[in-house]
Design a protein around this ligand. Sequence first.
Ligand code: PAF
Length: 273
Amino acid sequence: MHAFSNGQLTENKSIGFVPTMGALHPGHISLIEKAKSENDVVVCSIFVNPTQFNDPKDLENYPRMPDADIALLKAAGCDLVFLPTPVEIYPDGAQLLDISFGFMEETMEGAFRTGHFKGVATVVNRLFEIVQPTTSYFGEKDFQQLAIIRKMASMLKHSTAIVGCPTLRESDGLAMSSRNLLLTPEQRKAAPLIYKAMEMAKEFIPHHSPAAVIELVKRYIQKSPYLSVQYFQLVNPETLEDITNWEEGTAVQGCIAVLTEGPRLIDNIRYTV
Ligand code: PAF
């Protein structure tokens, strides 16, 4: 992988990179297409990274379908698929990056998935070292992850540009995710309530405080017996600090995690106050 990238860079070719954990869906393919439109070559990695799973069951259940993924990537015109083994990524064992993201890794996902972002930052750092991308593409669905990766890349002085790409949704509004494959038919039917509720909040914002909007969104989703909101937070999109008062003209990110009896679902939405 490293030699391939060295060869491309020596020829002054740009490398677009899409890191994934596989079980690819159209959201991933939209990243490949964006990378393709902006670079000479496109590399996609598929690696189910053990260090970012705090629940061994979640790691075990994570969908794996490399043959179907490779077929999709071929059809999308991806030039190289990198499928490393854990030993190739972690030759000295899974040693986590020794850097702190402070509050950014403790809030929201960080509060419920201890160590998750250290694992994400560690693997993405390794992948950047190996692939040496010119530009790397990440979905905005994992909003907090994108913020952490930007911070890691800047702290460790990676030269890659980082591009966030819009979330792709099913026709009923559910954010595309590899984990949707694990939903039962009943959970799948209920899941679009998540985005619907966050969209509805746009109407509540002019007349309610942030705390009241949060409650209304939670209540709306929890009308379904299949969904339980773990958190819904309204945050500053840069610092991820909670918003307690509306400030006219500012952007606010609504970030949510919802538990089902199966997979845990996350999503987010941008509001302009
Ligand atoms: O978003 C993902 O699929 C993963 O967290 C990533 C960025 C590929 C790191 O393992």
